[in-house]
Design a protein. Structure first.
Length: 544
């Protein structure tokens, strides 16, 4: 009888212990592995790329910085002829119209009567950022284009008077402009690197993740949970490397796997605390197998979490992660995310700091412009940045009328010869058939002339051998001095026969023509400027 009583008491004690709450703590561990690309180049010998930065906010130092900082993990960076041909343009920040906004606050007494009104003023300055990146995959003939940037608005701190707010703007507008540009430049270069490495590169991921470990003082599984956590934490810390296979890690984790696989069978039932305990085992096993690159087991234990009916969302996430891992391994023709990554830069260009941007001189909000008409009259006026950007079939200038009233006036290209700006930029009126047209800028009669109507185009290079222009801030035009019309390099005829078309302009200079036929020039402002400079120099050297 006494013996039976003791047995009964022991059973009650055991049941009481098992009835203890199952408190779980997050316990962290380190991981390291390779993030696989979404658009992989499978043969490592084919992983080469080159970068051309055709424009970086019209700054040569920013161009060099961007060029030096674009890197793809697991690839060799070349000067040219890479299997990924990357072209980048980062445009100047487009500043909107500044406005000073007023906010009024009514001050009331205890009875709610308005006793005074406080007024606050702040500078509100909208601006737009824009950049493009094109990636031409030479191996499969695929071209992908990416755009960056958005409309943003700067809001200053508030001032107690309109005058103070206006003074702040006048004293800080150029510093603010430079800050807008600097912030966007840094972020967009980082965004471009992220895009390239996510799609093509092999990035190293060093991060922390978690296990769920029992922390209920009286629960019989708590000591073993804590023991297994220490074992797992040490295994991941010492044996998980991005460039080392997971065989040794799997062996070190075997006791933990065996333990957590055995816990659920010892705790049947539907009570919440029991399901919570089983959940921790399923969660820990799913995580272990995920980092051992076993997507099938990850999915299996994710489903067990769902079937266990405790925190189903974690089970769904493990299934999603497992399926994505399986897809990535299949796409990359791999069975593991642990291997050596070799990256090299064969350009000889050292990586530059963002701090190496050359200081820019403060530019006036408006600059002087001189228009030369077809009647040889010279008209002095002013143009702001937005008007300069919109120069195409017309030029919008600000000038005083006969009564001294200042207003906008439009001059059509067909009535002008040239436009000179005080910053040294020169626009000439030329004829060519364009492939890009600003909305609303089409000149009347343009279609009747086959698109070769007069247009303002920025002079990039001019000699007695060759002329180079830029129209609409994007379309490059080549022209011989004797030609009546120029030729857009954006036309389909020019693009598909680029090297032959370009070589034809170098007639009389075999060395430059040969370079063109050997694809040493690209259809970019920078490269075609180099072509024109070489051609002009060749001509001058050939003269007696």
């Amino acid at each position: 009888m006494k013996k039976n009583l003791i047995v009964a008491l022991l059973l009650l004690a055991y049941v009481g212990v098992k009835a203890q709450s199952s408190n779980l703590d997050r316990e962290y561990f380190k991981t390291s592995y390779v993030l696989l690309p979404t658009d992989p180049i499978l043969n490592d010998k084919d992983r080469t790329f080159n970068v051309s930065v055709t424009n970086a906010m019209n700054s040569s130092s920013r161009r060099d910085i961007a060029q030096s900082r674009i890197k793809i993990n697991g690839f060799s960076k070349l000067d040219n002829n890479g299997n990924l041909d990357i072209d980048i343009e980062i445009f100047n920040v487009e500043l909107g119209d500044m406005n000073i906004e007023k906010r009024e606050v009514e001050n009331k007494d205890k009875e709610g009567k308005v006793t005074s009104v406080s007024r606050y003023y702040k500078v509100v300055w909208p601006y737009k950022t824009y950049a493009t990146m094109s990636v031409n995959n030479q191996l499969i003939g695929e071209n992908k284009n990416f755009t960056y940037g958005k409309g943003e608005t700067y809001n200053s701190d508030e001032f107690r008077s309109y005058t103070k707010a206006k003074e702040f703007y006048n004293n800080n507008r150029y510093n603010l402009r430079d800050r807008f540009k600097s912030d966007f430049f840094k972020s967009v270069v980082g965004d471009m690197n992220y895009t390239l490495n996510k799609k093509y590169g092999y990035r190293i991921a060093d991060k922390k993740d978690q296990f769920w470990i029992l922390d209920s003082r009286k629960h019989p599984e708590t000591p073993k949970h804590k023991e297994m956590y220490e074992l797992m934490k040490e295994a991941f810390a010492s044996k998980m490397k991005s460039d080392v296979a997971t065989d040794e890690l799997a062996a070190a984790l075997a006791p933990a796997i065996e333990y957590f696989e055995g816990v659920p069978a010892r705790y049947p039932g539907d009570k919440k605390r029991i399901r919570k305990l089983r959940y921790s085992s399923y969660y820990n096993l799913a995580n272990i197998y995920y980092y051992l690159d076993n997507p099938e087991k990850t999915i299996e234990y994710g489903q067990m979490i769902i079937d266990n009916d405790y925190d189903k969302s974690d089970g769904k996430q493990f299934i999603k992660d497992g399926e994505y891992l399986r897809k990535q391994l299949d796409k990359n023709k791999l069975s593991t995310r642990h291997f050596e990554i070799v990256s090299e830069d064969l350009t000889g260009q050292a990586e530059m700091s963002f701090d190496e941007v050359e200081a820019e001189a403060a530019q006036p909000s408006e600059m002087v412009a001189y228009l030369i008409t077809t009647k040889n009259d010279t008209i002095a006026a002013k143009m702001n940045e937005a008007s300069i950007k919109d120069i195409a079939f017309t030029a919008k200038v600000r000038m005083a009328d006969e009564d001294g009233n200042v207003g906008d006036k439009f001059y059509k290209a067909k009535n002008c010869q040239a436009l000179a700006l005080s910053n040294g930029d020169m626009y000439e009126v030329i004829r060519f058939k364009e492939s890009s047209t600003k909305e609303g800028a089409v000149d009347v009669g343009q279609m009747a002339l086959g698109g070769a109507s007069p247009k303002f185009a920025k002079v990039l290079h001019k000699s007695d051998k060759i002329e180079l222009y830029l129209f609409n801030n994007e379309e490059i035009v080549l022209k011989r001095p004797a030609d009546e019309k120029g030729k857009s390099t954006s036309g389909t005829g020019f693009i598909f026969g680029f090297k032959k078309k370009l070589a034809a302009y170098a007639e009389g200079c075999p060395a430059v023509a040969e370079k063109a036929m050997n694809k040493e020039f690209k259809n970019t402002v920078e490269s075609l400027t180099q072509f024109c400079e070489m051609l002009s120099k060749c001509e001058s050297e050939s003269k007696p």
